[in-house]
Design a protein around this ligand. Structure first.
Ligand SMILES: NC(=O)c1ccc[n+]([C@@H]2O[C@H](COP(=O)([O-])OP(=O)(O)OC[C@H]3O[C@@H](n4cnc5c(N)ncnc54)[C@H](O)[C@@H]3O)[C@@H](O)[C@H]2O)c1
Ligand SMILES: [Zn+2]
Length: 363
């Protein structure tokens, strides 16, 4: 990190520190990498939209254009990527560079962690979700055997070059997907923090400076949590707020709902279920619902079959043999991990929410 600046956010990890480098012009950072023999994995849509700015990268000897689909992010697709990197003569010490969103990140990280027993990698996130959340924290997972995110490692990049300029070409649903993760991190920081971003919610979409400030704040909130528990054994588990339900929503709808929007609905479900189980209070469900509902708009009536949802939920990594491991708000709105039985009360609350909880406030 020769060119570190005061504005960089440095994260410590078991592989040493790495920095999020906030840059107005990310392309200036890429040309030297292209000249240094790095191997690039570029989101195919980003390669097309930014063909002029990325010209030095796209003209370099080793470039792979990645289609951002869940199928591409699976163990079944890895042989093609491996063949490409072998044919391009990947050597130890040479680095991989991912330019794209969470899918390009997860593919590149998996290859970097496993090829030649590990090569360094860098990341230029181009989606809001990747900028505000997934770029830090070392985690990455790919799909396999028909299950999402079942294979992975904890392997942070060497550096992250972050430029909010990429957001201007992102589809609105993908912006809201990233905002979903930002709302999550702020809720974990506490009710006051969530209420602050909720009050500024409309400005996120109209004022780039407001978006950048909350984006940075999201990473600042996440930093001490992932530093304290990089391997997801204790305090970091709360970062999965909205995710057990969110992953089940993605799976039960065959990924018709983008990840961060499923997480948004998942937080509302968590708030509602927690109150119904007597662990939380409807006050927090009501306090957060209007903002969450704005963020999931357009997905009010996507059908979610209850049986498929419960079957997916039963496979969650946090479950024990007897109970579901859920991340729920307590009566003070503090997000905690609890083990809850999948009993009748639980099922009834979930069924009620899935059938009408997205289009109306429940009581
Ligand atoms: N590793 C982690 O910690 C972590 C965390 C959260 C999510 N994820 C994973 O990330 C994936 C979702 O990632 P994502 O939401 O970042 O998106 P993505 O990579 O799926 O990309 C979303 C869409 O945006 C396009 N795109 C990317 N950048 C663009 C830009 N600047 N302008 C226009 N279009 C652009 C892509 O081509 C794609 O069509 C999921 O597979 C999820 O499981 C990983
Ligand atoms: Zn997520």
């Amino acid at each position: 990190m020769a060119d570190s600046r005061e504005s960089d956010l440095v994260i410590s990890s078991h592989k040493g520190p790495y920095a999020v480098e906030f840059r107005g012009d990310p392309f200036a950072e890429l040309s030297p990498l292209a000249a240094s023999g790095a191997h690039f994995l570029v989101d195919a849509r980003v390669a097309e939209l930014y063909s002029r700015e990325l010209a030095p990268v796209l003209a370099s000897p080793s470039v792979l254009r990645v289609e951002a689909t869940e199928d591409a992010k699976s163990i079944e697709s890895m042989p093609g990527f491996v063949r490409h990197l072998v044919s391009k003569g990947l050597r130890r010490g040479q680095s991989l560079v991912a330019i794209g969103g969470g899918i390009t990140q997860d593919i590149t990280c998996f290859l970097a962690a496993t090829m030649l027993r590990g090569v360094p990698w860098s990341f230029v996130p181009t989606t809001l979700l990747a900028m505000a959340d997934s770029c830090v924290g070392s985690k990455s997972s790919i799909n396999g055997g028909g299950a999402k995110n079942v294979l992975g490692t904890f392997t942070p990049p060497k550096r992250i070059v972050l430029s909010a300029g990429f957001l201007k070409t992102l589809d609105e649903k993908d912006v809201r997907s990233g905002v979903g993760e930002m709302l999550k991190v702020h809720a974990i920081d506490g009710p006051a923090s969530f209420d602050r971003i909720a009050a500024d919610y409309p400005r996120l979409f109209t004022e780039p400076a407001v978006m950048t400030a909350y984006l940075r704040r999201s990473l600042e909130i996440k930093k001490p949590i992932v530093e304290a528990d990089e391997f997801d054994q204790s305090v970091r588990l709360v970062m999965n707020y909205g995710h057990s339900f969110g992953h089940a929503l993605e799976s039960a709808t065959a990924f018709a709902i983008p990840h961060g929007i499923a997480v948004t609905i998942g937080m509302d479900l968590a708030n509602f279920v927690s109150a119904r189980l007597g662990l939380g209070d409807l006050v927090h469900y009501r306090r957060m619902r209007a903002t969450l509902a704005m963020n999931w708009r357009g997905y009010e009536s996507t059908p979610v079959p209850l049986d498929d949802f419960l079957a997916a939920l039963a496979k969650d990594k946090k479950n024990t043999a007897k109970a579901l491991g859920l991340i729920l708000p307590d009566k003070d709105g503090k997000i905690r991990k609890v083990d809850a039985p999948a009993d009748e009360v639980f099922r009834a609350a979930v069924a009620e929410h899935l059938s009408k909880g997205r289009s109306q406030e429940l009581s």
